[in-house]
Write a protein that binds this ligand. Sequence first.
Ligand SMILES: Cc1cc2nc3c(=O)[nH]c(=O)nc-3n(C[C@H](O)[C@H](O)[C@H](O)COP(=O)(O)O)c2cc1C
Length: 186
Amino acid sequence: MSNLVLSCIAKRRSHRKYLNTPLTEEQIATLIAAAEQAPSAVNRQPWHLTVVEDAAIIQDVHDACKREVMKQPENQRSSARYQNPEFQVFYHAPCVFFFSCDDSRYAQTDVGIAVQNVCLAAQSLGLGTVILGLPRDAFAGEDKQRLEKQLCFPEGYQFMLAISIGHPDDTKPPHTVREGLVTRIP
Ligand SMILES: Cc1cc2nc3c(=O)[nH]c(=O)nc-3n(C[C@H](O)[C@H](O)[C@H](O)COP(=O)(O)O)c2cc1C
């Protein structure tokens, strides 16, 4: 069985290299609409989306992340990738969506659903994405308040996930599926 939705689900990958080509206004508006159309528990919509194309702001969040991670003992760092001076947590994507949310019961789930809506919509537009949890480190340290203000998080909202979005410049096979992931009870 095949249709556009199934094909986008099957073809989506996490992309970690992007061309230096900005998204069009129409693409960004379409992706924002995909987030807005996501379901949420009791229709609370308990998240906020901040869309950033300014490379200096994106780099600033990366720098804050790296500063925090480098404070941690080497064997406890959230990612060993910071050792590589070339590594940027946003992979130099031309556009990053930052999702923050409140602490209500299903807020994190609601963010996840909106995030996947954006990723599949991006796939349907021929764009690539990667979902990012690692930027959380930037919002856990001394830059927390400054960055939350700069990214316009509403009062009481915390960073939850980001998505790097752009024209992919890499290819990747589909991920392998862990054994025992599914049980069917006839
Ligand atoms: C909640 C979540 C957080 C993630 N955080 C990161 C991240 O910070 N950096 C990164 O490179 N990939 C991140 N990923 C991407 C996963 O590594 C990726 O989805 C997984 O390896 C499967 O590969 P695929 O997306 O190509 O199928 C994240 C994915 C999810 C769902």
